[in-house]
Write a protein that binds this ligand. Structure first.
Ligand code: COS
Length: 390
């Protein structure tokens, strides 16, 4: 699956223009109001951003992973909250249905996802199950009633991105015994009785993104809503979805690194101290050079892994690709942290003042090393793969 190269070039240029002309100018407003303006959300729908990765047969644009990472690199050049509006929709919220859903589930949900009519988000994390995702406790008990088989869900999901915007969740719950084999993925409409949203989390950065707890109290979900129709496959679905999600976070990290490097370079050219521009000092050049080299290395890795991702069948996972995805997530998100830190250093005192974008990005990038698997989880995946090889 891929968009033809001519149409893709037009799409990329349109996205670049949208970021330059509409999103970057709206960053201060976003920071102040902690909300993405409704007219920008509408403009995103019109551009087709909600359906970037949904195949054309379901009304989407059908980008390949190699194309998706390029779009995400561009989106990294602005505040991450803008991408977050539709990011879960085209990413971890809907990919489970695309990868493992039944033909009926795909036909029923994906066209509405692609148009932006239905926003989906992804619910794995719980108060007692973060990195150890396979220990999740949310229960799903099978009951048979006059209206057919249902699962009754009870539990709490945490740090649930986009839950207040979502019309449906891809939600992992325990239908069987302990560990990964007992987990199933469900499509849970957000308006079912018994679903309650907690209060919006106050975060260090990424203002304008919405996360909160979701409490499930005897929520009746039709048995037909198990992704793929078969219980016990949900942990694998979640891991496959996260593989693609992690690669896209890596691309966003590279885009953010590019933006803060551009901001730093501009500042270094304009700001004068000791009678000359900062950029003429070799100690400043060294910081810029380290950032440039690390950024190019990270981006080359993302593109290479994306090509491998595209070469494997979409539904099938490949441990070698998963290991490389973790290398990209590990390297690029840590790299973005270092580049943002140097950007603040190059700005001096101005970098600590929130009038300058680098102050905001410094806080925003911190999350990249935590969500969709911490740096330590990526190390664990890579290490296990290396040691486990014959
Ligand atoms: N694709 C497909 N299947 C995968 C997979 C992948 N990338 N990774 C693991 N699996 C499968 C395994 O093959 C195994 O199946 P079998 O029992 O049939 O062999 C099953 O899933 C369980 O895997 P594993 O034994 O590795 O599970 P662990 O409990 O040890 O957990 C980690 C593995 C730690 C890697 C996993 O829990 C994880 O990624 N944690 C981080 C969670 C996370 O990212 N949370 C963020 C939430 S979204 S913001």
């Amino acid at each position: 699956m891929a968009l033809d190269s001519e149409s893709f070039d037009i799409l990329l240029a349109t996205v670049q223009r949208f970021i330059r002309e509409r999103l970057i100018p709206a960053e201060n407003d976003l920071e102040e109001h902690d909300e993405v303006a409704a007219e920008l959300v509408e403009a995103m729908k019109e551009l087709g951003l909600f359906g970037l990765t949904v195949p054309e047969e379901y009304g989407g644009i059908g980008l390949s992973v190699s194309q998706e990472v390029q779009v995400n690199f561009e989106l990294g050049r602005t505040a991450p909250a803008f991408r977050s509006v539709f990011g879960t929709n085209i990413g971890i919220g809907s990919q489970g249905i695309l990868m493992d859903g039944t033909p009926e589930q795909k036909a029923s949900y994906l066209p509405r996802v692609a148009s932006g009519e239905l926003i989906m988000s992804f619910a794995l994390t719980e108060p007692d199950a973060g990195s150890d995702a396979a220990s999740l406790k949310t229960r799903a008990e099978l009951v048979t009633g006059s209206d057919g088989d249902h699962y009754v869900l009870n539990g709490t999901k945490r740090y649930f991105t986009n839950a207040p915007r979502a019309g449906a969740f891809t939600l992992m719950a325990r239908t069987g015994g302990p560990g990964a084999p007992g987990v199933s993925s469900f499509i849970v409409p957000a308006d079912l009785p018994g679903i309650q949203l907690g209060k919006k989390d106050k975060k260090m950065g990424q203002r304008g993104t919405m996360t909160c707890d979701v409490i499930l109290d005897n929520v009746r979900v039709p048995a037909a809503n198990i992704i793929g129709g078969e219980p016990g496959q949900g942990f694998k679905t979640a891991m496959k979805v996260l593989d693609r999600g992690r690669l896209n976070i890596s691309a966003v990290a590279c885009g953010i690194a590019q933006r803060v490097l551009d901001e730093s370079t501009r500042y270094a050219r304009e700001r004068k101290q000791f009678g000359k521009a900062l950029g003429e000092f070799q100690l400043i050049q060294a910081m810029l050079a380290d950032s440039q080299a690390e950024l190019l290395a990270g981006w080359a890795l993302v593109r290479e892994v994306a090509e491998r991702f595209d070469r494997k069948p979409a539904q099938r996972s490949d441990p070698d690709v998963s290991m490389r995805v973790s290398c990209a997530k590990l390297f690029c998100t840590e790299m973005a942290g270092r580049v943002a830190d140097r950007a603040v250093q190059i700005h001096g005192g101005a970098g600590y003042i929130n009038e300058y974008p680098v102050e905001r990005f410094y806080r925003d990038v911190r999350l990249l090393r935590l969500y969709e698997g911490t740096t330590q989880i990526q190390q664990l995946i890579i290490g296990r793969d290396l040691v486990g090889r014959a």
